[in-house]
Design a protein around this ligand. Structure first.
Ligand code: HEM
Length: 465
């Protein structure tokens, strides 16, 4: 009754492709076994789809609305009861946290009322880059710090990083955020695959305590300071105030702030950087974005956040980057919360449900020349990212769909508009826009061989601005 799948020896024979490029491995398997494939990894049953129709059915199926997150994450104090991304199912706490997020972060009203924070952080970035004119800048770090500070200010009215990430404390925290995504959220440990080992899996418990210390290190002082300060007026409340009013413990607040920060910043940085990499190869696209931003969104002093939605071409570039460089080739794993019948198969409770968004975004029956960066493909179409067009699911669809889709796109647009409006960018060997293909090779859709380092040059009209 389970969906078909390869034998263990077939996986072992191709083990390196399964480990290094599982999205390609499963896409290849779907040509043999069809849209639903099951495999057993240790004690864990995993069902994978690379088809857009089946993906839609899974992501919108109530029985598959649970989340599978490795045990490492749940061993971090504060994470198990108060969480959105890692909530095991869509219970009342999950609903109320999504509602709080909607009020303070995600809704159009929240986006509008946070416009000043975003503008100020973007201008801090521009001012920093002005000082760095002619020097090699790790622009990936600057983008990460700026996006993190935008998010942490919206969540808790405080900065989390210095803009150049130069201090040891900053670097420690960045490394940790990468670790949260790459180890705690997306890589199953031994006790996830062999639950019988849970009691003796001391490594996971020790690692979780290390992570807890770092979360406290990041948010501890901010939480202490905020708790000691006067309660703000209702109209000035932020996300932190609502959590504090709801009797959340320091551990719970810290881990939730960290979760939102990671969900919002890690992904958006990847997309902004990937778009910058594409732009370093294509001066024509840069000129087109610049013209559009100057005409539609520059108000004489700064880029006007609310007018960026009129920049259709810039938005097409962001969509094309989300298609070609989706952060993560698979949607964060779902979990069957009950045993159910699905497409004539029986899917047992606890099964991990994986959707291969890379395969959907590279399907030649949906996308002509899918491996190329062609923003024009989105112009004149109504294909958007809100989960109604199943050939394009960067933010997923259904109950667990990313609530931050609109904020994310707005942030990427704002960052790229500022970076291009005020600066020309030379790649580090001094040759403008020529060697980028070799220098910034992607090893997967979103990981590059090297960090993106560029040299900013103030554009002439902004010399004395
Ligand atoms: C380009 C940027 C982003 C991408 C590609 C992205 C993508 C995703 C995806 C694929 C999911 C999983 C959906 C599912 O399980 O079906 C997700 C979940 C989530 N994202 Fe995003 N995201 C981005 C930015 C953001 C931002 C800016 C925020 C908030 C500030 C955010 C907050 C969340 C949260 C809270 C969840 C968990 C939803 C739940 O489980 O109910 N994301 N995101």
């Amino acid at each position: 009754q389970l969906p078909p799948g390869p034998y263990l020896w077939q996986i072992l024979r191709n083990i390196s492709i399964f480990i290094n490029t599982p999205h390609i491995a499963f896409n290849n398997l779907s040509k043999i076994y069809g849209p639903l494939i099951s495999i057993r990894i240790g004690g864990q049953l995993v069902v994978v789809t690379s088809s857009q129709t089946t993906a839609k059915e899974i992501l919108r199926h109530r029985s598959f609305s649970g989340r599978f997150i490795p045990a490492l994450y749940y061993n971090i104090p504060g994470t198990s009861h108060l969480s959105v991304v890692s909530a095991k199912q869509c219970n009342d706490t999950w609903k109320s946290l999504r509602a709080i997020g909607q009020t303070y972060l995600f809704s159009s009203k929240a986006i509008e009322s946070n416009a000043l924070v975003r503008k100020n952080k973007a201008m801090e970035m521009v001012n920093y880059l002005r000082i760095k004119e002619g020097e090699i800048v790790n622009i990936e770090n600057v983008i990460f710090a700026t996006l993190s500070n935008m998010t942490s200010n919206i969540l808790s009215s405080r900065n989390l990083f210095s803009i150049d990430l130069e201090s040891i404390a900053d670097r420690k925290l960045v490394k940790f955020i990468h670790e949260v995504v790459e180890k705690a959220i997306t890589s199953p440990g031994l006790s996830d695959l062999f639950p019988i080992l849970e009691k003796i899996d001391f490594w996971t418990k020790r690692k979780a305590m290390d992570m807890h210390r770092l979360i406290k290190f990041a948010w501890g002082d901010i939480i202490k300071e905020r708790r000691a300060s006067n309660r703000p007026r209702d109209s000035e409340q932020d996300f932190f105030d609502v959590l504090a009013e709801n009797a959340c413990s320091d551990d719970q607040i810290a881990s939730l702030l960290m979760e939102f920060l990671t969900a919002g910043t890690y992904t958006t940085t990847i997309v902004t950087v990937a778009l910058m990499v594409q732009l370093t190869k294509n001066q024509e696209i840069i000129s087109r974005i610049r013209d559009e931003v100057s005409n539609q969104a520059f108000d004489g002093h700064a880029i006007n956040d609310s007018r960026l939605s009129e920049c259709q071409y810039l938005q097409a570039c962001v969509k094309e980057t989300l298609r070609l460089h989706t952060p993560g080739e698979f949607i964060i794993p779902h979990r069957a919360i009950e045993t159910c019948k699905f497409n004539n198969y029986t899917i047992p409770k606890g099964t991990v449900m994986l959707v291969n968004s890379w395969a959907i975004h590279s399907d030649p029956s949906n996308w002509e020349d899918p491996g190329s960066f062609k923003p024009e493909r989105f112009l004149g179409t109504n294909i958007d990212f809100m989960g109604a067009h199943f050939q394009f699911l960067p933010f997923s669809t259904g109950q667990r769909m990313c609530p931050g889709a609109n904020v994310a796109v707005k942030n990427v647009q704002l960052m790229v508009a500022n970076l291009l409006h005020y600066f020309d960018w030379n790649i580090t060997d001094g040759v403008n826009y020529s060697n980028a293909d070799k220098m910034y090779k992607f090893t997967t859709t979103s990981r590059k061989e090297k960090p993106l380092c560029l040299i900013p040059k103030i554009r002439e009209q902004h010399m004395f601005g």
